[in-house]
Design a protein around this ligand. Structure first.
Ligand code: ATP
Ligand code: MG
Length: 183
């Protein structure tokens, strides 16, 4: 499974609809300070269900919506879509039949969040479930940012265990057990 395309609109500095394509297994985003590189990573995390504004370098969830600049008015909503290549069927189960998987999230100024899976509205949980056990997710080790290595090294055994369980692919079973026990 590989991230193929990211489509941004009204998200942080990306006010106009913009698409970025990642045609190979290794892509780099380069540019001057403040051009929006980290905003792209924030967008990836946000669409996968990140619910903490702080983790997206903001105060409130609606801070991800373009809030205006010199000569540009703020906009009313932000949307991000990620398109994954799943031709190898690595995202198995009910998703194996799809060569492409698109996930999308839209938020409005009223703080209403909607999620879409291959164009159909779904719950946040449907999105987070897809990535459980894949190593990808809003707070996964697939995204390594400033300070994370030292956080990992300094983490307590029980915190480290969360990463190891995700890498081993057992966190999704633990999550299902937790859900069942809470029913
Ligand atoms: P650096 O190389 O310094 O890490 P960067 O390319 O990672 O820079 P970002 O942090 O992605 O830059 O982008 C910062 C820019 O995004 C700032 O100019 C900031 O004003 C703008 N920005 C962030 N949130 C919003 C928003 N809600 N509306 C408009 N612009 C925003
Ligand atoms: Mg940055």
């Amino acid at each position: 499974m590989r991230l193929k395309t990211i489509k941004l609109a009204g998200f942080k500095s990306f006010v106009d609809p913009t698409s970025a394509h990642f045609p190979t297994n290794l892509s780099a985003v380069v540019g001057p300070n403040g051009c929006g590189k980290s905003n792209i990573i924030d967008a990836v995390r946000w669409v996968m269900g990140e619910s903490s504004a702080k983790n997206l370098r903001g105060e409130n969830m609606t801070d991800v919506i373009f809030n205006g600049s010199t000569g540009r008015k703020p906009v009313g909503q932000a949307s991000i879509e990620l398109v994954f290549d799943n031709a190898d069927g690595s995202l198995g189960g009910e998703y194996a039949q799809y060569a492409e998987i698109s996930i999308k999230r839209v938020v409005t100024r009223e703080a209403r969040s909607d999620y879409f899976l291959n164009g159909t509205r779904c719950r946040r949980k449907d999105i987070t479930d897809i990535f459980l056990g894949t190593g990808l997710g809003p707070r996964s080790y697939a995204i390594i940012e400033q300070g994370m290595i030292s956080r990992l090294i300094e983490s307590k055994p029980e915190e480290l265990r969360v990463y190891i369980e995700e890498a081993a692919g057992i966190s999704k079973y633990k999550e299902r057990r937790r859900e069942t026990e809470n029913r």
